[in-house]
Design a protein around this ligand. Structure first.
Ligand code: 26V
Length: 798
């Protein structure tokens, strides 16, 4: 049993040993490093035991292959999962150490762009919490997603050198390196794994996130004496080329044709990952791989790791000597695939020539997969050339990665019910007709431990104080809060928690931006990547509308609102950057205008990442989830907000549909065109934004502000946004949904005037958020796709 006294002595000893410093002299990062290194001590034995248990029991294990993992900071979660967070907090307090400040010394692990990478991190947390044998496999990028700053109103990108100080959570496993082979000039590259422990909540499970780093081979440069100056240059060039593989995360969540380094990264990940898994299996369970699909499951997070399919074929045939049919049977029973987007610009396809010259053998195998697949289709649909061409893995000079992923896997899933339906009925309809049994839905989830327990300890405490602690293991038990939705005492406590979080966010904003917020105003928040389809522009337009109404009538009776935005734009995404510039411009104009009596404030917070999300989301009154219906595959921010008692205003898109189903119509504010209506709009070309613009004066006024000199910018800065909005068929139906959005905002205004109703809605949302815990999601994957079981029964939990 760890006591406060133990903690205090241990920390001081560790500070001496690690930093050679006493407590009074130690910096926040010294203290962070000392505490984190103690946590390493605590988990070592459990990690070894977990690995041994899986091996001894010959547990089937799942490997989650993903180009992105976005875990954020780990110290707080690790302490919490180990059950020693409270004792450490108290010990630190007695030593006069500010816990929050100590936590801030950790650099976010930001190895992902957004939802897809964060989902992978939530899944790892849930796998470990459920005692399930499941591990992550990714790339150890030297630079994570860029840091965003706003300079003169526009986004600038700075490198995120998250490894410049020691990364305390990783264990370099030199002895477990493998070789990955490319065609010359790249040739053979060494892949070195760095393992990060993934600690289960309140159990003894410690799983592994294995991140691969690219290095030159040891044998590479041998004979120094014979090297001339030219050779040195070449050597250096080669070394840089190899190391570039794991240098940067692509900061774009859209596909750009033929990015060679990206393809190199994708193959590097899958080849290193599969080789190390197979080596492990052979070592522990013998060299016969014919039962591989019963021993492991390999899940590919979108198509980015889809080369796992031909790579597994290659290993089984070329290295293990199996024939095609046997190898194929194993492969398509081992690999499962999740699709995360229907946007055409995010669907990967690689030029044949490029794949062929970088990975000749892999291309040969893909070619054969395509031949056999097309032959199978020909049997089934004789003469139907159009269908076969539309389904082929190789077509028009490209390898279509989604087609490869579907053809080479036994399970294909979408990430929310609506999205999975769109896959079946639209994007992958021909594949669905061909193999309906492969298709299924797994609605996303988020870990309630990070997004409620550690991000919002006040709310977690209130919940436990009200219904007891079972929700921590069983988030579905949060529904026990429902009877308290109308309780005055509970409502008052909930209001106090929300107020406290709003004040914490306001303090951060004041310290950082010198902007004072009215914490009694409604915090109306949209935080996520900046994308046209997510329609931050629609949000900005209604702020422009509201501002104009207030200017015309300063006595207008509205509830004061604070509009908070955050999110990164891909560096090459011109329009997204313009949207940021517009929001920053609005902030400048509105925040300094005394005529509106502080009724509105706007702020764009820089560098949205996991840690900032943990500060922002608990402070939200209103959660903006306003994408064009049918475009947001699921969304996961929507779940984080509801779990923290915010009211959603949203379209019937992604998981919003299921959130509405869970909470009921009266506890969410839905507006706008449905996915079907949107599809019809695009198909018939009936939805011309100009029609709306010409017919609706209020909207016209609003859009005109972009070009008529009302905004404090010089020149035509926002003409591109104006053109975008009015371009027939080009936009994401911002104007078509505008009136409905304004009406939805009025509904919200009415709701928030009624205190009792508003806290009832908030409580109801929290109570139903258990359904959106990733524990539920991961359990569904484990049961229906991976067929893995927990290795310890709940009874044996510590
Ligand atoms: C696409 C690409 C294309 C190739 C270049 C690199 C790259 C990197 C990222 C992506 C984005 C994949 C799509 C994605 O992030 N989808 C989001 O997944 C979330 C988790 O399922 C889901 O909640 C969001 O709705 C969905 O947009």
């Amino acid at each position: 049993m760890l006591t406060k006294e133990h903690c205090k002595t241990a920390l001081q000893e560790r500070l001496l040993a690690l930093a050679g410093t006493s407590l009074d002299e130690a910096s926040a990062s010294d203290k962070y490093a000392a505490l984190a290194s103690l946590v390493r001590d605590y988990i070592g034995q459990r990690w070894v035991d977990t690995t041994r248990r899986y091996d001894d029991q010959r547990q089937k294990q799942v490997y989650y292959f993903s180009m992105e993992f976005l875990p954020g900071r780990l110290l707080d979660t690790n302490l919490s999962n180990l059950g020693i967070r409270d004792v450490w907090r108290e010990a630190l307090a007695e030593l006069d150490i500010d816990y929050t400040e100590l936590l801030s010394a950790e650099h976010d692990a930001g190895l992902g762009n957004g939802g897809l990478g964060r989902l992978a991190a939530c899944f790892l947390d849930s796998l470990a919490a459920l005692g399930l044998p499941g591990h992550g496999c990714g790339i150890r990028y030297t630079y994570g997603l860029f840091e965003q700053a706003i300079v003169d109103g526009v986004q600038v990108e700075k490198p995120d050198s998250w490894l410049k100080d020691l990364n305390i959570w990783e264990y370099r496993k030199t002895g477990k390196a493998v070789l990955v082979e490319f065609a010359p000039p790249l040739g053979i590259v060494k892949a070195v794994p760095y393992d990060i422990p993934v600690i289960g909540f309140d159990n003894r499970t410690v799983n592994t996130l294995r991140l691969w780093s690219a290095e030159v081979r040891d044998e590479f440069c041998v004979n120094y004496s014979s090297l001339g100056p030219e050779d040195y240059r070449k050597l250096l060039e080669y070394k840089n080329g190899v190391e570039a593989i794991s240098q940067i995360l692509y900061p774009d969540d859209r596909y750009e044709e033929g990015r060679q380094l990206r393809l190199v990264q994708e193959y590097f990940l899958v080849s290193a990952g599969l080789k190390s898994i197979i080596r492990h299996i052979k070592r522990k369970q013998g060299s016969d791989l014919r039962r591989l699909a019963d021993q492991i499951a390999v899940h590919i997070n979108d198509t980015h790791p889809a080369l796992a399919i031909p790579e597994l074929m290659r290993i089984l045939m070329d290295e293990e000597g199996l024939g095609w049919d046997e190898a194929w049977d194993i492969t398509i029973h081992t690999i499962s695939y999740t699709n995360h987007t229907v946007l055409p610009e995010a669907l990967e396809k690689w030029p044949v020539g490029q794949l062929q010259s970088l990975l000749p053998r892999i291309y040969e195998i893909i070619h054969e997969i395509n031949e056999r697949f097309c032959a199978e289709l020909w049997q089934r649909y004789p003469g139907d050339w159009d269908r076969i061409a539309a389904m082929a893995v190789i077509a028009d000079g490209f390898v279509k990665m989604a087609h490869l992923a579907v053809a080479g896997s036994y399970s294909v899933n979408g990430v929310a019910a609506l999205h999975s339906d769109i896959l079946k009925n639209d994007l992958l309809n021909l594949f669905y007709q061909h193999a309906p049994q492969k298709f299924n839905n797994k609605t996303n989830g988020i870990t309630h431990r990070r997004w409620l327990l550690t991000a919002n300890p006040g709310l977690a405490g209130l919940i436990t104080g009200t219904i007891g602690p079972t929700w921590l293991h069983r988030p579905d038990h949060l529904t026990e809060l429902l009877p308290f939705a109308t309780s005055t005492t509970f409502q008052q406590k909930l209001a106090a928690v929300k107020q406290d979080r709003k004040e914490a966010l306001a303090k951060f904003i004041f310290d950082r931006y010198h902007l004072a917020l009215d914490t009694r105003s409604l915090f109306d928040i949209q935080v996520k990547r900046i994308h046209a389809y997510k329609r931050q522009l629609l949000n900005a337009l209604r702020i422009m509308d509201l501002y104009r109404l207030l200017k015309d009538n300063p006595q207008l009776d509205i509830l004061p609102r604070t509009f908070i935005f955050a999110g990164k734009a891909a560096p090459g995404y011109y329009l997204a950057k313009k949207v940021i510039q517009l929001i920053v411009t609005l902030a400048k104009q509105i925040n300094s205008d005394t005529a509106i009596q502080d009724k509105l404030k706007v702020i764009f917070l820089e560098n949205y990442n996991v840690s900032l999300a943990e500060l922002i989301i608990p402070a939200a009154d209103i959660s903006e989830q306003i994408s064009t219906a049918g475009k947001e595959a699921s969304g996961t921010g929507n779940m984080k907000f509801m779990m923290n008692g915010a009211v959603t205003v949203g379209t019937l898109d992604g998981a919003n549909v299921e959130i509405r189903e869970a909470v009921g119509d009266e506890n969410i504010v839905i507006f706008g065109l449905t996915a079907e209506e949107v599809a019809a709009c695009y198909q018939t070309g009936r939805c011309n934004p100009l029609t709306v613009y010409n017919q609706n004066e209020r909207i016209r006024h609003c859009v005109n502000q972009l070009i008529d000199g009302s905004l404090p910018v010089i020149g035509d800065e926002f003409k591109p946004l104006y053109d975008y909005l009015l371009h027939p068929g080009g936009a994401f139906l911002e104007l078509q949904d505008f009136a409905a959005y304004l009406e939805a905002q009025e509904r919200l205004d009415r709701l928030f005037r009624n205190d009792r109703a508003r806290w009832q809605v908030a409580t109801t949302n929290i109570a139903h958020s258990g359904r959106f815990s990733s524990d539920r999601t991961v359990t569904e994957y484990a049961d229906a796709i991976w067929h893995i079981r927990p290795s310890e029964s709940p009874a044996s939990l510590i």
